[in-house]
Design a protein around this ligand. Structure first.
Ligand code: ADP
Ligand code: SF4
Length: 689
């Protein structure tokens, strides 16, 4: 059972009129499900409560129709008709004895109001602050607007109480809403009593907090969420100034929830921030108030959690991503099962769901977002339904997840791995600059496999179709991964490019090969992390590197993981030359040739070698050979052969892990024919017309 060192994490914490049963606090986090998938969302939050989080919060909840955050899909509380959807979530959270928190949000000048078509409002006349530079401006709020907004927040707080919430947030963080905008001189140029001095800039936050306490404070706690720094010096909110603000309102809220702004700084990927990276910002807050404090820092280590509570940094361990990767993190600490914790790897694939308005997914936790839709549970899986044995060829993330999930179901499983270690691409990629935490995908699964005597692993086993046919397993899973292409085929070129220059693929570099000369071009037509990471690797080894992409910026897809800005900065700081808007057309005689993607105008760069980071090809020869032997399957005792993960179609590690889980969940279930939708979804209720 629980190690007494961790007892402190299980002490109750009083938050205004309510009490959290322990110190584990799932802070608000977006999930791309929101009002479109309310039951899926309620189920996901309920599982967090089941996993031991004493407080489970919503994402930001739009509380008035005059500020929507379209195209992002969050929850809504525009009128009474939204209450049942929220109450369903509250009920799920209460079922497990946890407190439910709601983050009331009015995005103001963060939202162009694409849905409601109202004119956005903020402290000043300014262009709306979106990621896409919408050609829309927010208008300066007048006194009547402020009075209205206070009334709307109060009405929303009352509705939140009706829905059953125990904590009703005042949200003033992340530069994502009107209150933050009033606090920060970046946005607030007012000359009335809501602008100028610190007292004036916090006036609206104080009034809204007082309103909320008066409305619901007798039964609901009222946390105040604020950002301690915008990381732009005195041009934005900065630590000392925000500490003064907290000092001025120290005892008014029931809880201080402290973050840094913007969201990309708060939820930095592991490539750009370590566990606990916010501690220097948080460290003085508890001296300013007697109210409990919650802060985040992607904490997955219980020792670190104990340290930050004992040292007086925080009272509650805030977590979004660690609770996504492992909804049962608190329970596992409580039950003394630390080795079973599925540690967040800090990749922000979860964030990419929100950015693409798609249900949240997680690299480490393949059940995330599929709890209700597919009936998956992060810790439970139904027992096997046959005596069938399964051969898994390949021990990468898809094979390992498949093996551990099938093993937990009770099937006899053999993993045959061609190499001498497990983890596949994760093991290789974790050695690249900044990606060490990715090895956790392998490590969690190996830890699970150690506990499963019914799963055996064989190394140095590069299997052929004849080998597989000779073994007599009923089910064969081909999880043989993929290899990077060396012929330039990717988004730009759908036919091979003729290279007459030395080519090294990402696999070559990961296998230790290096260019002969010192001048290299990394041609990134993949647009995720690999191109920039390899550029960093080679620059770090003293190569002169030019990073070239047809996109307008480095690693453009990483906008969805909120890393793009950091990656571009790192490449610039590392001295890597960056060329954008160029397509690689040929390479010969020590030169790479390019065409401008807009004008086709040619240009050249000197280079000794080209690193094309473009598409990948599945390692499907084994699968195709087995498929060609279908007629022999019956004699060999084979019922099914399935390619999963990168061996089926290369994608992210999250896709591979999900594919492994999916095979394990669906084995011996009624076959999916494709004629019906194989997951649950909600259909909007039709109005009378
Ligand atoms: P995924 O992301 O789909 O899990 P990976 O590329 O990470 O794919 O892993 C594939 C694994 O399969 C690698 O460890 C590789 O060594 C192994 N492998 C590839 N072909 C064979 C084969 N014919 N027999 C056994 N193992 C194989
Ligand atoms: Fe952590 Fe990545 Fe999962 Fe997000 S997707 S919770 S960052 S492992």
């Amino acid at each position: 059972m629980r190690d007494p060192r961790y007892d402190i994490l299980f002490e109750p914490v009083k938050i205004g009129p309510v009490t959290a049963r322990n110190r584990f606090f799932q802070v608000p986090h977006c999930n791309g499900m929101g009002y479109r998938d309310p039951t899926a969302l309620a189920t996901m939050r309920g599982i967090k409560a089941e996993g031991g989080w004493a407080v489970v919060c919503t994402e930001q909840v739009e509380f008035h129709y005059s500020s929507d955050i379209t195209p992002f899909i969050e929850l809504r509380l525009w009128d009474d008709r939204d209450v049942p959807m929220l109450a369903r979530m509250v009920d799920k959270i209460h079922e497990h004895g946890s407190l439910a928190g709601i983050e009331l949000a009015y995005n103001g000048m963060n939202g162009p109001n694409l849905y409601g078509r109202e004119v956005p409002m903020g402290p000043a006349h300014l262009p709306v602050a979106t990621f896409t530079y919408e050609p829309v401006q927010a208008r300066r709020m007048d006194k009547a607007d402020i009075a209205n907004l206070r009334r709307w927040h109060r009405q929303a707080a009352l509705r939140a109480r009706t829905a059953g919430f125990d904590l009703v947030y005042v949200y003033a963080a992340h530069a994502l809403g009107f209150l933050h905008h009033f606090l920060s001189r970046r946005y607030n140029d007012r000359t009335d009593e809501y602008g100028g001095s610190l007292e004036n800039r916090i006036r609206l936050m104080r009034e809204i907090t007082q309103d909320t306490k008066e409305a619901v404070g007798a039964t609901c706690a009222v946390p105040l969420r604020i950002s301690l720094d915008e990381l732009m010096g005195e041009g934005g909110l900065y630590k000392e100034e925000v500490e003064d603000m907290i000092g001025l309102m120290a005892e008014l809220p029931d809880l201080w929830d402290v973050t840094i702004a913007g969201w990309e700084n708060d939820s930095r990927t592991s490539r750009f921030a370590e566990e606990g990276h916010e501690e220097p910002f948080i460290k003085h807050v508890k001296r300013l108030t007697t109210k409990p404090v919650v802060g985040v820092g992607r904490y997955t280590s219980p020792d670190a959690m104990v340290r930050i509570v004992k040292s007086g940094l925080v009272d509650l361990i805030g977590a979004a991503r660690p609770s996504i990767a492992d909804p049962f993190l608190p329970k596992k600490i409580e039950e003394g099962r630390l080795e079973d914790i599925r540690e967040c790897i800090g990749c922000n694939i979860c964030v990419s769901g929100d950015f693409s308005s798609a249900p949240i997914r997680c690299t480490q936790n393949p059940t995330m977002g599929d709890e209700w839709r597919r009936g998956w549970h992060p810790e439970r899986i139904r027992a096997r339904e046959s005596e069938a044995r399964v051969l898994i060829v390949g021990g990468g993330p898809s094979g390992l997840e498949c093996a551990q999930a099938l093993g937990k179901r009770g099937y006899g499983v053999v993993i045959a791995e061609a190499g001498t270690s497990l983890g596949g691409r994760v093991t290789r990629e974790a050695k690249l600059p900044g990606l060490a935490a990715w090895a956790r995908v392998r490590d969690y699964r190996l830890q699970q496999l150690h506990q499963l005597p019914n799963v055996e692993t064989y190394f140095d086993s590069s299997l052929t179709a004849d080998d597989v046919l000779g073994f007599g397993f009923e089910h064969v899973v081909v999880a043989t991964g993929a290899r990077w292409r060396g012929d330039g085929v990717g988004h730009q070129h759908t036919r091979p490019v003729r290279f007459e220059a030395p080519i090294l693929t990402p696999d070559d570099l990961m296998e230790g090969k290096r260019p002969v000369g010192r001048t290299v071009v990394v041609w990134d037509d993949d647009h995720y992390y690999m191109g920039s990471v390899l550029a960093e690797l080679l620059a770090g080894e003293g190569y002169s590197v030019t990073y070239v992409t047809p996109a307008a910026e480095v690693a453009t897809w990483t906008r969805a993981t909120m890393e793009q800005h950091f990656i571009q900065a790192r490449l610039i700081e590392t001295g890597i030359a960056i060329r954008t808007g160029l397509t690689l057309t040929a390479a010969a005689n020590g030169e790479a040739q390019f065409a401008c993607i807009y004008t086709r105008r040619p240009s050249t760069l000197p280079c000794d070698a080209i690193i094309p980071v473009t598409g990948r090809l599945p390692n499907e020869s084994l699968f195709l050979a087995l498929d060609a032997h279908r007629a022999n399957w019956r004699d060999a005792g084979i019922l099914s052969v399935t390619a999963i993960g990168d061996a089926r179609a290369p994608a992210t590690i999250a896709h591979a892990v999900h594919a492994g889980r999916r095979f394990a969940e669906e084995l011996d279930a009624p076959p999916i024919t494709g004629d019906t939708v194989p997951f649950k979804r909600e259909i909007a209720g039709l109005e009378d017309w």
